[in-house]
Write a protein that binds this ligand. Structure first.
Ligand code: SIN
Length: 307
């Protein structure tokens, strides 16, 4: 299904007193100006959080930060989440390197395929914060899709039909494609790919493959906004349905959600800080910058059991 913009789209900026906001697309996204993440006042932080929930993904330019600065900024939103993929960088357990070397010719990149972060966990990360250090001269963009807008654009009849359903999320399919397509290396998916050489699954991996089921429509704990909680990377079924019933439903919902009209695309610059709310959007990275290094660092904020 492809829908044209209607009156349900509203990504206009609100007037704030301590920051300035410049919307990115009609559907979502905004640049935050007039703040530096290493010294954000309480009043600024309150407005930044408000802008995040309104625009779903926000970004700040010219943020030269240390790992410590990123940790401190991230902690303003809440405690760190469990990261499903990395153990952090030396001395900073909660700062996760997302680095693809120029020489890495893997056919898959970390974050490829539309997804919300780690929905196979019982309490998936609420917010993700990604900081760029080095980015390719072209390619390596990230795209997001607004899952609250996608929910609002469904018909009343369809919304009624999916109310109360739960999606089963698992690492199963991502693990399989990673093992098939990625070079073994010291990177989040390089290490995942290396599990193809293990005779037995680790307990941790088995837990993530078993996964968890969460409501297909979730309610944001702060704003009460309702949004689709579904993705084509980790969503492998709908509880209580046969695979031949759930597959077309999931396909329809993820195609509806990820249609270009509901999204935005960010061209990275070095020293950007990007923040998104996994409860209100899905995102994807692209493997289109071979021959160039891309170096980003991620922190995630602990989420709640989706309801
Ligand atoms: C992610 O999925 O968290 C990574 C996004 C990116 O590298 O652009």
């Amino acid at each position: 299904m492809r829908l044209h913009p209607t009156g349900k789209f509203d990504n206009h900026a609100t007037t704030y007193r301590h920051i300035e906001v410049k919307p990115l697309s009609a559907a979502m996204g905004a640049e935050i100006c007039g703040a530096h993440a290493s010294h954000v006042s309480d009043a600024q932080f309150e407005e930044i959080a408000h802008a995040l929930f309104r625009h779903k993904v926000i970004y700040l330019r010219a943020q030269t930060l240390t790992h410590h600065d990123q940790e401190a900024f991230s902690l303003r939103f809440g405690p760190f989440a469990e990261d499903a993929y990395t153990q952090g960088v030396l001395g900073h357990r909660n700062v996760h390197p997302l680095i693809k070397a120029a020489a890495d010719s893997s056919e898959m990149v970390f974050g490829e395929g539309w997804h919300t972060d780690s929905p196979f966990l019982p309490e998936p990360p609420a917010i993700t914060i990604l900081r760029s250090v080095e980015v390719p001269p072209l390619g390596g963009d990230t795209t997001w899709a607004n899952s609250a807008l996608a929910y609002a654009m469904l018909s009343d009849a369809y919304r009624g039909m999916i109310e109360g359903l739960k999606v089963h999320f698992s690492l199963r399919d991502v693990l399989k494609s990673t093992q098939e397509a990625v070079e073994v290396s010291d990177s989040p998916i390089g290490r995942l790919a290396a599990t193809r050489d293990s005779a037995q699954l680790s307990e941790d991996l088995a837990r993530k493959i078993k996964g968890h089921s969460h409501p297909i429509v979730r309610t944001h704990p702060v704003t009460g906004e309702r949004a689709l909680y579904v993705d084509p990377s980790y969503g492998i079924g709908i509880d209580g349905m046969l695979p031949e019933e759930s597959a077309p439903s999931l396909r329809f919902l993820t195609e509806h959600l990820t249609q270009p009209a509901f999204g935005c695309r960010l061209r990275w610059e070095p020293a950007m800080l990007v923040i998104w709310d996994n409860r209100l959007c899905v995102h994807q990275a692209y493997n289109d910058y071979q021959g160039y290094r891309r170096e980003l660092y991620r922190t995630t904020v602990r989420g709640e059991k989706p309801v």
